[in-house]
Ligand binder design. Structure first.
Ligand code: HIS
Length: 390
């Protein structure tokens, strides 16, 4: 085995060096305090879950799961998202009716295997919330309003939240192409944001021109809220009409929150998570090409845990959030107390006093330094406790 190989990391795994670590901590603190102030409570779940329960409930493609065996031969997965584990806990250990709806939050690493060196991480941190047990549109609106609050808090400018409705898209597809299979194919093009492929596929279906036009017009239902009128012309079924009504109610709530300037309508959104059932959304910010966060309503996930509970939530991708902020990798300043052995006591006591005042202080024996000048330059302030000439 070559020596180089020993230093390589598995595909998609990354180290976090101090500057990035500190930047993440700072952002997480801001997010957590805002999330707390909306009454959400943070919790944690294990990194490993059973494949049969959480693994299959999480709605991530099977080949993206990291699988391993425990001592009993049961298949485990590294959690590919936080929503399914939290649903497992909520379904089995948080049943107290007085506490419903549950407002839970998390900050944790999730794992999704990558197939090639596309530079995509296979382990990444998400900060998110879940509102469990509330089926009202008010809960959907709360998600979007909370997101706006968080993005303002961490000072990300500009940002947009694109809001769609997976029920609407599915209904339209079923009304026109009739079979689940064809509907799924259409959905896959939208999920990949491959609009050219979608158009070509629609044409290949050889529908009558009115029906073809319905599917093609869907691509135009993206932009400001007035596009809802176009959406209204596309569906006939009760479920389709209900989806439109839900979006209308949502906008009324978003107006009440005063956040509509940050929101646009996008009925082309189809998520990578298959558990969404209603309103869903994606957050875009800065120059980052992929969404920095996403979420939506998932009213059927709890069936996997033998419960009936409506729920909604979202997750923010911490790395992408930092990218959007144009993070420069600066490290918070530290001071240096440099001492020679004869003055060690003085140095240690001085450093302790400074630490008590909230300063970040390194205490360093000068004999332990190979490059004194270079070291000193790393610090904003240097306190000398040295008798001899430096
Ligand atoms: N777990 C979802 C985000 C989400 C949280 N709640 C609802 N959706 C994801 O990783 O994409």
């Amino acid at each position: 085995m070559s020596k180089l190989f020993t230093f390589e990391k598995p595909l998609g795994m990354r180290d976090t060096l101090p500057a990035l670590y500190e930047a993440k901590q700072t952002i997480k603190k801001l997010l957590a305090s805002e999330i707390n102030s909306w009454g959400y409570q943070f919790m944690d779940t294990p990194t490993l879950e059973y494949y049969d329960t959480v693994g299959s409930a999480s709605a991530i493609l099977d080949h993206q799961l990291f699988k391993l065996l425990d001592q009993q031969g049961k298949t485990l997965v590294l959690r590919p998202d936080m929503t399914a584990p939290i649903a497992r806990v909520a379904a089995s250990q948080m049943e107290d009716t007085a506490q419903q709806p549950l407002r839970l939050a998390y900050s944790g690493n999730v794992f999704r295997a990558q197939q090639n060196e596309a530079g995509k991480p296979a382990e990444f941190e998400q900060v998110g919330v879940e509102c469990i047990g509330d089926g009202t549109i008010s809960a959907d609106a709360e998600m979007i309003a909370l997101l706006v609050s968080l993005l303002k808090k961490v000072n990300i400018q500009p940002f947009t939240i694109a809001v769609g409705h997976i029920g609407f898209v599915q209904q339209l597809f079923l009304e026109v192409v009739k079979t689940e299979e064809n509907a799924e194919k259409l959905g896959r093009f939208l999920y990949e944001k491959n609009y050219v492929g979608y158009r070509e596929y629609v044409k290949s279906l050889q529908l009558d021109s009115k029906e073809e036009q319905r599917l093609l017009t869907l691509l135009q239902v993206r932009g400001d809220y007035s596009k809802i009128e176009l959406a209204q012309t596309l569906v006939e079924s009760e479920e389709g009409v209900q989806a439109i009504e839900e979006l209308q109610q949502l906008w009324t709530m978003l107006e009440a929150y005063g956040v509509t300037e940050f929101v646009k309508l996008d009925l082309n959104i189809v998520s990578h998570m298959s558990y969404y059932t209603g309103i869903l959304f994606e957050v875009y910010a800065g120059n980052v090409g992929a969404p920095i966060g996403n979420g939506g309503r998932y009213n059927q996930l709890f069936e996997k845990f033998n419960k009936q509970k409506p729920a909604t939530g979202f997750g923010l991708y911490l790395d992408r959030l930092l990218d959007a902020k144009g993070y420069k990798g600066e490290i918070a300043p530290r001071s240096l107390v440099l001492f020679s052995k004869d003055r060690k006591l003085e140095a240690i006591q001085y450093a302790q006093m400074k630490r008590n005042d909230g300063e970040r202080v390194v205490v360093q024996d000068i004999d332990g330094l190979q490059h004194i000048e270079a070291c000193i330059q790393q610090y904003e302030t240097v306190y000398y406790f040295i008798d001899r000439e430096v």
